[in-house]
Ligand binder design. Structure first.
Ligand SMILES: NC(=O)c1ccc[n+]([C@@H]2O[C@H](COP(=O)([O-])OP(=O)(O)OC[C@H]3O[C@@H](n4cnc5c(N)ncnc54)[C@H](OP(=O)(O)O)[C@@H]3O)[C@@H](O)[C@H]2O)c1
Length: 310
């Protein structure tokens, strides 16, 4: 029991209690920041979510084609299910590094193409004719090491986007992460932030960046650290479901709702975790958030800020 106490000359303090309380306060502050945050342009997001049915009908008639890179991952699998159920696209090309024969379980219009991501320029035909591109590619530092992580999450993503653009992709829909920051001193958020910036520079007709929090799914792969973290955070996921976590099905539904909607007219649409829930239709906007978008840019915004931060 003594280890539970810090001792000094005159007093002893309940060490574990203080540590737990500090951690609790830290998490409470963090959750409040994310949970109470106002979703900017909730009006636009809400109309994308509530217009799902008519948008889908119109979109199907227009006859679009899409590719998905990262379709064997957790978010990718949820997205493929969504694409299969909605039949939003007349053709969907699933681009990955290995054959899975997933198309046997899917409806018409799905094709699987195996590529070598290190020589992606030799597989340009896989991207040909797809006006919409979904990216859910990614690895972890624990699995691939720092260099491997940058290779997949940065190099492969940007190469895919570059080839997609030259092959006619007009709308690129990218999975990034909550907390992405190109200036961060940590590898993960910095890499994610740098990729976002590079994608913006490519000037797609429409670029949608999704920044989900912790992804909730029944992950097949064993990630011990992540599983431990998820267990500790379970009460937070339960009581604040839109603050720092998103089920992969919600991300997939939000991506689809975004893909089939008419562009908001902004070069870049940026969806933070809470906005993803709203875009999927699982979170209703507050009355105070339902103010029509103000086209005037705030004073501190510069060029790339013609973005829509949602
Ligand atoms: N995990 C989270 O809580 C979390 C939170 C926020 C954002 N994100 C981001 O969201 C995105 C999707 O995450 P996820 O958890 O759904 O991903 P995931 O389940 O780990 O799947 C990753 C996908 O990338 C592919 N991939 C990995 N390494 C590759 C390589 N060396 N070469 C070619 N393909 C490779 C995988 O293909 P194989 O099946 O062939 O391996 C798979 O299709 C990622 O960018 C991730 O950083 C994740």
């Amino acid at each position: 029991m003594r280890v539970l106490w810090f001792n000094c000359d005159c007093h002893s303090f309940p060490g574990v209690a203080i540590a737990v309380a500090t951690l609790g306060i830290f998490w409470a502050c963090l959750i409040s920041i994310y949970d109470l945050a106002t979703v900017h342009d909730a009006h636009t997001i809400h109309s994308m979510a509530s217009g799902r049915e008519p948008n889908l009908e119109r979109f199907q008639k227009e006859g679009h084609s899409a590719f998905v890179v990262g379709y064997t991952g957790e978010t990718g699998k949820a997205l493929v299910t969504e694409l299969n159920e909605t039949k939003a696209f007349k053709r969907v090309v699933l681009i990955g590094r290995r054959q899975t024969n997933i198309t046997e379980k899917l409806g018409e219009g799905f094709e699987e193409k195996v590529v070598d991501f290190d020589q992606l320029e030799n597989y340009k035909d896989a991207f040909e004719g797809c006006d919409v591109g979904f990216n859910t590619l990614g690895t972890t530092r624990g699995k691939s090491g720092p260099e491997g992580f940058v290779k997949v999450d940065h190099d492969y993503v940007l190469k895919s986007a570059e080839i997609a653009k030259t092959s006619g992709c007009k709308h690129f829909i990218h999975t990034s992460s909550q907390g992405s920051d190109k200036n961060s001193s940590f590898l993960y958020p910095r890499t994610k932030g740098q990729v976002e910036e590079s994608l913006k520079m490519m000037i797609f007709e429409r670029l949608s960046i999704f920044r989900p929090g912790i992804l909730l799914c029944d992950r097949q792969e064993n990630r011990a650290g992540e599983a431990f973290f998820r267990t500790i955070l379970k009460p937070i996921f339960y009581f604040f479901p839109t603050a720092i976590s998103t089920p992969t099905e919600v991300v997939a539904r939000a991506m689809l709702n975004n893909a089939i909607s008419i562009s908001s007219g902004n070069k870049t649409e940026l969806f933070e975790n809470k906005a993803i829930h709203m875009l999927a239709g699982s979170l209703k906007p507050k009355t105070s958030e339902m103010v029509k978008p103000d086209k005037k840019l705030p004073q501190d915004k510069t060029e790339s800020e013609e973005n829509l931060e949602l």
